[in-house]
Design a protein around this ligand. Structure first.
Ligand code: HDE
Length: 705
């Protein structure tokens, strides 16, 4: 037989004689190759002799169909993909726990809310909505914030978003809004973008979307990290206590590290520099032991409040401002473990709004009710059969018993004779009117109609309230986002239609946008079913900047160094950063690192081309005089400095870096955010200033927007 020249595995010359056979305690046969590694097997368990070459006639002859190993290997590979989620395809998950603060027995009989300090396992999946699974993280988009809590009374899925309202009031419009934002069907682009005609066409023909549009055009849609964003259950739910009394509830997740977003110009560049920016951030923080945390807060209210509140509490395009109905923290969610396998856990996790334990119930929000009906279909389609609850990530962690059986991939199968009830054999589980789920016995009556309630008709007042609740930089960002998005709309009438809606929200905003789009004259305000209320007070709770952390914890400093960088300043920076529970990366001309002024070598995390300043919350420029001379010639080094300045970041610098700052065009416009690190003692002042995160006062002068 011809000598085999294409083998590459270390077991090249292994023969059956080289293998060691061991029998396990249960009599199972463990086979080890010569190097001590287990023998590769087929899925059927058969040992494989050659994984490098298909079976063929002679070394150059045709392949043979009796190569069952090849057939099985390729067959399995060909089926590795399951359909991606039709929405929220790109996502990233983590495990953790929910900890209850105090008993909520007065409001709900849900078991997880009864005992202070009790921890319940949880899994969270964050996502973008529009892009496909391989799209980039920093699309302008809503973020999904889906939480599965494995309670002792079954799984509770709170499938929320990072924005507390939605585009539409009725689930029947969901395919339309989603079709409109997804790539246009003939071109199959744009990917993960709302800046195109179909989206804005649908939006401008759907005034109920205006409140949500203001949120999506705000910085909420470009979060800096999953760790720095809020989550919302969106709909009104019910808590139901042991006496079957109902209290309405809205759920909010509040991040411990405060809110933070990036600038749009930054988002665009991050997508190029690191399309996995949010994933990497979550991975790195959990792996390093900095576990992200949110408080679960509730707004609780009764029917009287619902009857007197300005808007219909069933309308998912409305919020209840926190200033009117304060939130109460009832527990915390901590994420402390990454999945071992992305596919098994994050990709196969199946969230369903209808998963609620006894004590949590639904309101008649028509969007929620449509969702309760819809999510089961999506799981069947994606996971391929009715047994998706057998997957470990979806299985309850409490005892469970039922007579469901068979179906594709059944992993749990009934044992014994009885698979029905009632039965005379005194076997199997029984229903329990006391412990089982009891729906709140709401009384309902009325004609069967397809009708939107009149109480849902005000589409502009809360859009306006959101806008006037923003700080000036945030208002500028909303205007800039609208201008950018509409500039990508090719059909002028759609642009005009949007500005006519803005006229009902805020005339100054409308004229700013109209002017920037080059309108010769302003359109008339859109016809409105109800006039915009001018009396709603601003709600500071809606501003990200107002809700900033005031500290640098959990943020990342980028430190630009070269050979000969001042070792004392570098060490002082590291000490302060660690003290703040923040992180840092060293960016150097070469990935191999640099030698500091004291002769010590330090490793680089990034080479300058791979570590642009958009990846950091603030930067420190520490190159030596000689290092600066070299960096001056590098476009990426100049961009590093110029971008940090334009993105309104804090910049610390040593004097030797000044020529680089000069070359980047910032040396003549230094402001309070550009801080000299003359000596190690200046470092404290610099790090303290970082808590403000950005120098928004700089923004108008750099014309970021
Ligand atoms: Fe979803 N949504 N949705 N949705 N949704 C899905 O379920 C749907 C809505 C949300 O990380 C799908 O498993 C309908 C609002 C999140 O796996 C699908 C309607 C909110 C996730 C589906 C809505 C959400 C989904 C696709 C209109 C915020 C990701 C894959 C009535 C409160 C969950 C899947 C994850 C996923 C249907 C509206 C949040 C198709 C019909 C409003 C966070 O079933």
């Amino acid at each position: 037989m011809a000598k085999n020249t294409s083998k590459t595995s270390p077991s090249d010359n292994a023969t059956i004689h080289d293998q060691k056979l061991h029998r396990g305690a249960g009599g199972e046969l463990h086979q080890f190759a010569e190097d001590g590694k287990p023998v590769l097997t087929t899925a059927q368990g058969g040992p494989v002799s050659d994984d490098q070459n298909t079976l063929r006639v002679g070394s150059r002859g045709p392949a043979l169909i009796d190569d069952f190993h090849f057939r099985e290997k390729i067959f399995h590979f060909d089926h590795e993909r399951i359909p991606e989620r039709v929405v929220h395809a790109r996502g990233y998950g983590a495990h953790g726990y929910f900890e209850t603060y105090a008993s909520l027995a007065a409001y709900t009989r849900a078991d997880l809310f009864q005992r202070p300090g009790e921890k319940t396992p949880a899994f969270v999946r964050f996502s973008t909505v529009a892009g496909s699974k391989g799209s980039f993280d920093l699309a302008r988009d809503v973020r999904g914030f889906a939480v599965k809590i494995y309670t002792q009374q079954g799984n509770w899925d709170l499938v929320g978003n990072n924005i507390p309202v939605f585009f539409i009031q009725d689930a029947i419009k969901f395919p339309d809004i989603i079709h409109s934002v997804k790539p246009e069907p003939d071109k199959e682009f744009p990917q993960a973008q709302s800046a195109h005609d179909n989206f804005w066409d649908f939006i401008t023909l759907t005034p109920e979307s205006m409140h949500m549009i203001m949120w999506v055009m705000s910085d909420r849609a470009i979060p800096r990290s999953f760790r720095f964003m809020e989550g919302f259950g969106v709909h009104t739910f019910r808590f139901v206590n042991a006496a079957d009394e109902s209290t309405f509830v809205k759920f909010h997740w509040k991040p411990k590290l405060g809110l933070q977003s990036v600038a749009w110009n930054e988002a665009v560049k991050i997508n190029g520099a690191d399309p996995d920016f949010h994933r990497r951030d979550l991975w790195q923080s959990i792996q390093s032991g900095a576990f992200p945390e949110w408080e679960l807060c509730v707004q609780l209210f009764d029917q009287d409040f619902a009857d007197t509140f300005d808007f219909d509490i069933l309308d998912p395009t409305k919020i209840i401002p926190e200033e009117i109905l304060p939130v109460k923290a009832i527990g915390r969610l901590v994420l402390d473990r990454m999945p071992e396998n992305f596919f098994a856990e994050t990709e196969q996790v199946a969230f369903m709004t209808q998963n609620v334990p006894p004590g949590i119930d639904f309101s008649n929000d028509p969007l929620l009710q449509g969702r309760n009906f819809s999510y089961l279909d999506t799981q069947l389609k994606r996971l391929g059969g009715p047994n998706f609850t057998h997957l470990p990530i979806n299985a309850p962690k409490c005892p469970f018993h039922n007579f469901q059986q068979d179906g594709h991939m059944a992993m749990r199968n009934p044992v014994g004779r009885v698979n029905y009830q009632p039965n005379s054999w005194n076997q199997g589980p029984r229903e329990s009117p006391v412990q089982g789920y009891r729906h709140f016995p709401a009384e309902e009556q009325g004609p069967k109609v397809r009708l939107r309630p009149e109480s849902f008709a005000d589409h502009y007042s809360q859009a306006r309230q959101f806008y006037i609740s923003q700080t000036p930089p945030e208002q500028r960002h909303i205007a800039a986002a609208l201008i950018f998005e509409l500039s990508k709309v090719e059909t002028p009438v759609i642009r005009e239609r949007m500005v006519s809606h803005l006229m009902n929200i805020d005339e100054t905003l409308a004229s700013k946008v109209g002017h920037a789009l080059g309108f010769k004259s302003m359109p008339k305000p859109a016809d409105a079913a109800m006039p915009t209320r001018q009396d709603l007070e601003p709600s500071p709770a809606l501003s990200i900047i107002e809700r900033g952390p005031g500290r640098f914890e959990g943020r990342k400093l980028g430190i630009l160094v070269s050979d000969g960088s001042d070792a004392a300043v570098f060490k002082a920076l590291l000490a302060e950063i660690t003290e703040q529970k923040a992180t840092f990366e060293v960016i150097a001309p070469k990935i191999g690192g640099v030698t500091l002024s004291d002769g010590n070598w330090i490793e680089a995390h990034q080479m300058i081309d791979g570590g642009p300043s958009v990846l950091y919350d603030a930067v420190a420029l520490l190159p030596s005089a000689e290092g600066t001379g070299d960096l001056l010639k590098e476009a990426t080094a100049r961009d590093f400095v110029a971008d940090a300045f334009v993105h309104c970041k804090f910049i610390g610098y040593v004097e030797t870096a000044l020529p680089l700052m000069q070359k980047a065009g910032i040396a003549d416009s230094l402001d309070e955010g550009v801080i000299a690190l003359g000596a190690a003692k200046d470092v404290s002042a610099f790090i303290k200033a970082l808590g403000k995160l950005r120098v928004w006062g700089r923004e108008p002068s750099v014309k970021l927007n």
